[in-house]
Design a protein. Sequence first.
Length: 85
Amino acid sequence: MDAKITLSFNKEVIEKAKEFADKNNISLSRLTEFLLHKVVHRKYYSLEDLPISDWVSAVAEGEVEYETKQRKKRNLKDEFFNSKK
């Protein structure tokens, strides 16, 4: 069963990823799913261990930056309980 999620990416990365997906005859959604499938079905201990570094380099210019937002513990608790409703 498919589920929908919302993701935010740098606009340039999205455009290059769309071009990559088009050239490989796959939707951007399925390409993203394929990459996430690879991540969750193997044991990786850090972002640097992921096998997608070549792909990221192909669709992005410059050094790859991983940005994360700091979340407060209270927000995490609320988010968890709201997801269980």
